[in-house]
Design a protein around this ligand. Structure first.
Ligand code: AMP
Length: 414
């Protein structure tokens, strides 16, 4: 199958051949013709499946073919995403694929000045990528109008709900015209997402490109058990022993990110961090430096790393397991993209056994365990299995009853 056989026009085909995309991925093969035909879509496709191009390509085509003048402050295609990084990335993808097309676009998210975003919207745009909170701010200040809206895309819808955007989303939906095309993309389909889909979509085409709630197949995954206090030491040991090149490391909290960065820098390593406390320009700079290979280790929290598009990343390390099991799927999706192979290693301590069990139940697998010589944990991590169960602690043998009572301790003198 070729992109031309999906009905895409020449300017898009040229952009794709410039990127060396030869064949459509499964989600693209199914989504492109349906979106071109104006259908609604409900797609279970995680990052790494080529889902961005699956909606960007046909929507760009519809925008140019549809023609027409966009009025001031109006927007024709609106893409909602959960995080600023994903907003930048999706917008960049649209610009890359649509580089040969005469379209106006903009990106809007919080944490940066709203004025340039308002200026950009003044003449109207064909395409806007936004996070829900900032979009609402712009709407309430009359900087954006939805009267000409043709298509709404919800990208990583599950994540938007996880991040607590439900109310903002409802407010946005209420402002949109009822007649429109709606595309919903989500890595996983929980009940709230299905409920959202039921109210938002009309006779949607359902696409599921990889079995629901499974991690990317090409990724080798295993667990190294270790005591909590020795995780940083183990990480440094593995980094050297396995000769890791670039590594993306996930840490649970912002504080944890800073602590690990301090240790890595003290060891003379090139490391940088992305977390929610960092201003947006610093986050993007860290990501750019990592992508350019100037930084070997990028340490991130889940929210900050969501949707980062980093190609050919062989190594993902879960320094801490995620609190939300589904984040494990998103994290491992950073490696093994577009068919490449990759490794995802989790450093797991006894405290995290319940999180490990939840991940194994969600992904329906028991992760392979390894003990690194010299790092065997003092606090054993109980065994887990793919049905989510955790081995119970072996009962301590009861002390034999005796008739003797312990001699009273002498009262210390004061
Ligand atoms: P996504 O799932 O949208 O995050 O895309 C994952 C990665 O695959 C991105 O780096 C894309 O540039 C790349 N990609 C998307 N579609 C194709 C394709 N048909 N052939 C090769 N690479 C692709």
């Amino acid at each position: 199958m070729t992109f031309a056989s999906l009905g895409l026009i020449d300017p898009l085909l040229q952009a794709l051949s410039g990127l060396d995309y030869k064949t459509p991925t499964p989600v693209q093969a199914r989504a492109v013709p349906a979106v071109l035909a104006g259908r609604d879509l409900m797609a279970a496709a995680q990052t790494g499946t080529g889902k961005t191009a699956a909606f960007a390509l046909p929507l760009l085509q519809r925008l140019v073919m549809g023609g027409g003048q966009v009025g001031s402050n109006a927007v024709r295609v609106l893409v909602l995403v959960p995080t600023r990084e994903l907003a930048e990335q999706v917008h960049e993808s649209f610009r890359t694929y649509g580089g040969n097309l005469p379209l106006r676009s903009c990106v809007a998210y919080g944490g940066v000045s709203i004025n340039p975003q308002m200026m950009k919207l003044r003449k109207g745009v064909d395409l806007m990528v936004a996070t829900p909170g900032r979009l609402l701010d712009l709407y309430r200040q009359n900087a954006v109008k939805f009267t000409q809206l043709e298509t709404l895309v919800l990208d990583e819808a599950d994540r938007m709900l996880d991040l607590g955007f439900a109310r903002e989303l409802d407010a946005v939906f209420a402002a949109l015209p009822a007649t429109r095309q709606t595309l919903l993309f989500s890595a996983t389909f929980s009940e709230p997402i299905r409920a959202l889909a039921a109210t938002m979509l009309r006779d949607p085409l359902s696409i599921e490109v990889s079995p629901r709630n499974t991690t990317v197949k090409a990724v080798r995954q295993w667990v190294v058990t270790v005591d909590k206090k020795r995780k940083a030491e183990l990480f440094l040991h593995l980094l050297e022993k396995k000769r890791w090149g670039q590594v993306l490391v996930f840490v649970k909290t912002r504080k944890g990110v800073d602590q690990l960065i301090e240790i890595l820098l003290a060891h003379g390593l090139q490391a940088d961090a992305i977390h929610g406390d960092k201003p947006q320009p610093a986050r993007l700079r860290a990501l750019d430096r990592f992508k350019a290979g100037e930084v070997q280790i990028l340490v991130a929290t889940d929210v900050a790393a969501r949707g980062l598009d980093i190609d050919d990343l062989p190594q993902v390390v879960n320094f801490d397991l995620p609190i939300v099991a589904e984040d494990y799927i998103h994290r491992t999706g950073r490696t093994g993209r577009a068919g490449a192979s990759g490794d995802a290693i989790s450093l797991v301590c006894a405290d995290e056994v319940a999180l490990l069990a939840a991940i194994e139940a969600l992904t329906r697998q028991t992760l392979k365990r390894i003990e690194e010589p010299g790092f065997a944990p003092e606090h054993r991590v109980p065994m887990t299995s793919a049905d989510g169960s955790v081995e119970k602690k072996p009962k301590k043998p009861k002390k034999p009853k005796t008739h003797f009572t312990a001699p009273a301790k002498p009262v210390p003198r004061r």
